[in-house]
Design a protein around this ligand. Structure first.
Ligand code: SAH
Length: 259
C-alpha cells in the first residue's frame, strides 16, 4: 500500500533513516511523560519512537496515512484529526513532549498552540522550514527575530539542532528544513500583564522598521522618557519587552487609564 503525498496537507515524506533517527533521539534525551507526534505520515519517525516510549500518541489528519499506520503499527495509539482543531487539554498531561516533521504550512500555528499549553508541554522537537526554525531560535539584533521568537523564547530555551537538505524528502520541498528543540524554561508567569505583553510584542513587530515610540504611540505617549522609545523591536530582548510592559502598566495604573 502506497500513500500519495498531498500538497495541501504539507506532505513531504522523509526517507533518510539517519535523519529520522536523529530527530527521534533529540526528543528522547530527557525522560518525560507522554510524547505526542504530530503528522506521523507513513511512520518514518514513529518506528523509532513507539518501541522506546512508554506513553506515546500520534495525531494524523490524512485518511490514507491513517490506513497505512493501522496496518504497520498495530500498537500505535492514533488520534485521527486536525491537531489545530482538537482540544489538546483532553489528551495532554504534565511533562508532555511534542515531536514531528511538521506540516510546514501550519508550523507557526502549531507553536502558538504549544504556547497555550506551555505549562504542560515541556519540550518540542520539530522539523520545519529552515527560515522559520532560524526565526524561532535567533535572538535580538538579527533580521529574522520576530513575534514568534519573542513569545516562544519567553517560555522556552531554544536550540537550532541541524539543517536537512530538501532531497531527503518525497517529494522534495522547495526550501531547506531545520530541526529545533524547545525546552521549557523556569519562567512560570510574567511579572506584567500577559495580554498587554503579547499586544506590545505583536504591535511593535507589525511595524518592525519603526521606532517603538511610533509603533506603540498609544502607550508611549505617556512614557516620553522611556529608554526604549528610539529602539526598534528587533533590538529588544524578552527581558526588555517585559520591562517595557511593566513601565506601561505602571504609568497606566498611575494615570488610571485602562489598557
Ligand atoms: N512524519 C512524516 C510525515 C511528514 S509530512 C515524515 O516525516 O515522513 C506532514 C504530516 O502531517 C503528513 O502526514 C500530514 O498528513 C500531516 N498533517 C498535515 N496537517 C495536519 C494537521 N492539521 N493535523 C495533523 N496532521 C497533519
Amino acid at each position: 500500500m502506497e500513500v500519495r503525498p498531498k500538497k495541501h496537507l504539507g506532505q513531504h515524506f522523509l526517507h533518510d533513516e539517519p535523519t529520522a533517527q536523529r530527530i527521534a533521539e533529540a526528543i528522547m534525551l530527557e525522560p518525560s511523560g507522554l510524547v505526542i507526534e504530530i503528522g506521523p505520515g507513513t511512520g518514518v519517525l514513529t518506528k523509532y519512537l513507539l518501541p522506546k516510549i512508554e506513553s506515546f500518541k500520534a495525531i494524523e489528519i490524512d485518511n490514507e496515512s491513517i490506513a497505512y499506520l493501522k496496518i504497520h503499527f498495530k500498537n500505535l495509539e492514533l488520534i485521527e484529526g486536525d491537531f489545530l482543531k482538537l482540544n489538546l487539554s483532553d489528551i495532554i498531561q504534565d511533562r508532555t513532549a511534542i515531536v514531528g516533521n511538521f506540516p510546514y504550512n501550519i508550523s507557526s500555528q502549531i507553536f502558538f498552540k504549544v504556547l497555550e499549553h506551555r505549562n504542560q508541554v515541556h519540550s518540542v522537537v520539530g522539523m520545519i522550514q529552515k527560515e522559520v526554525a532560524e526565526r524561532i531560535a535567533e535572538g535580538p539584533g538579527t533580521k529574522v527575530y520576530g513575534i514568534l521568537s519573542v513569545l516562544l523564547q519567553t517560555y522556552y530555551d531554544i536550540e537550532y539542532l541541524f539543517t536537512v537538505h530538501e532531497n531527503v524528502f518525497t517529494p522534495p520541498p522547495k526550501v531547506k528544513s531545520g530541526v529545533i528543540r524547545l525546552t521549557r524554561n523556569q519562567r512560570s508567569h510574567l511579572p506584567c500583564n500577559e495580554g498587554l505583553f503579547i499586544r506590545i510584542v505583536k504591535e511593535s513587530f507589525n511595524q518592525r522598521r519603526k521606532m517603538i515610540r511610533a509603533s506603540l504611540r498609544k502607550y508611549m505617549q505617556h512614557l516620553p522618557e522611556s529608554r526604549f522609545s528610539t529602539e526598534r523591536p528587533e533590538q529588544l530582548s524578552v527581558e526588555d519587552f517585559i520591562e517595557l510592559c511593566l513601565d506601561i502598566e505602571q504609568i497606566y495604573n498611575q494615570k488610571e487609564i485602562s489598557y
